[in-house]
Design a protein around this ligand. Structure first.
Ligand SMILES: [Zn+2]
Length: 338
């Protein structure tokens, strides 16, 4: 019984870090002596207790911060294990350096669960002149607010394309319950209405700009676009004047992709790397053209991701003025990331 107790004391003492050579030596000799003794006599057992006590004190006294470090260690969530993307907390939201991200093969990318990506257009109240079709693209501010509140209350964290890119290629951990909010077509109310609501929940979004409309009435100015970028939102390209990519020929790639990209880079002072297909329409011919012009990923709507080019066919869903519960259901039905 005594031997068992002495062992546990020594184990307790030696659970603490020994940094000096003497302490290590002392510990080894103590363990060796214990292997050869039964500690039947009381004085011997007391001697071991005293030695173990000194051991314990020596292990702790050299490092005044040991206790603080232990507390910190025990309160820090476990590091995510490889392949366990969901164990990350919000700290994982730090922007990855995507220049260092190695593009994975399509199979690896397709095997990763799809993160919900929501697509918004106008955030304003309906007018009597709005057709039923138009209404599908217009979310009244009260409804948008309800949707954002539901996301926040349900524990969702917004992510940006760099995070998605690192996750899809390298499995870089995402915050819990990731969602991406995207806004197409440069509408002014995205800046004046959606952005302040998102700010309340500390949400960031992706704004896909068609450059022809910059500065026009009811559209964002370049200063507003720059402000979004400066505040940590991502600016992406949505062509010059919203033509169907499937119909592009020759010079169209310069007019619709190259020049708008340069213009947006001049406005934001940052590289433009992400593209949203107008109407969500794409074809295989478009992908090498986008790659040539610096796009590292592109977003479509609804359809399944392409088997050869999943990074250039990332799926989004358009969100109309739906109830928060319906949005929650739609997100879970359309996207596999849980
Ligand atoms: Zn559009």
């Amino acid at each position: 019984m005594c031997k068992k107790n002495a062992y546990s004391i020594v184990h307790f003492a030696t659970n603490h870090r020994f940094c000096s050579f003497m302490q290590c030596l002392f510990y080894v000799s103590l363990r060796r002596s214990m292997k050869t003794h039964t500690f039947r006599s009381k004085p011997e057992f007391i001697a071991i207790l005293v030695i173990a006590f000194f051991c314990f004190m020596a292990a702790n006294c050299h490092s005044p911060s040991a206790k603080a470090a232990d507390v910190k260690e025990s309160s820090t969530p476990e590091s995510p294990k490889p392949g366990d993307e969901k164990s990350a907390n919000t700290d994982a939201a730090a922007m990855p350096n995507i220049d260092k991200v190695k593009v994975a093969d399509p199979k690896t990318i397709l095997a990763r669960p799809e993160v919900p990506i929501l697509c918004y257009h106008q955030i304003r109240d309906w007018k009597p002149t709005d057709s039923k079709t138009a209404q599908a693209y217009i979310v009244p501010p009260a409804s948008f607010e309800e949707q954002m509140k539901m996301l926040a209350d349900s524990g969702y964290h917004t992510i940006l394309p760099d995070q998605l890119y690192a996750y899809l290629n390298e499995g870089t951990p995402l915050p819990s319950k990731p969602v991406m909010l995207t806004f197409d077509d440069t509408d002014l109310d995205q800046y004046t209405v959606a952005r302040p609501i998102m700010d309340k929940y500390n949400f960031k979004g992706v704004f896909f700009v068609m450059t022809v409309s910059i500065g026009r009435p009811r559209y964002m100015t370049k200063e507003q676009i720059k402000d979004l970028s400066d505040k940590g939102h991502t600016i992406g390209s949505h062509t010059w004047d919203h033509h169907n990519v499937k119909k592009f020929q020759g010079q169209d790639w310069v007019t619709q992709i190259e020049k708008p990209t340069k213009q947006l880079e001049a406005i934001t002072g940052k590289p433009i790397k992400y593209f949203a297909y107008p109407f969500g329409l794409w074809n295989h011919e478009a992908i090498p053209e986008l790659k040539k012009r610096g796009m590292i990923a592109a977003f479509q709507l609804y359809a399944k991701r392409d088997e050869q080019d999943p990074l250039y066919t990332i799926q989004r869903i358009i969100v109309p003025a739906m109830k928060p519960a319906s949005l929650y259901k739609a997100m879970n039905q359309s996207f596999s990331y849980k």
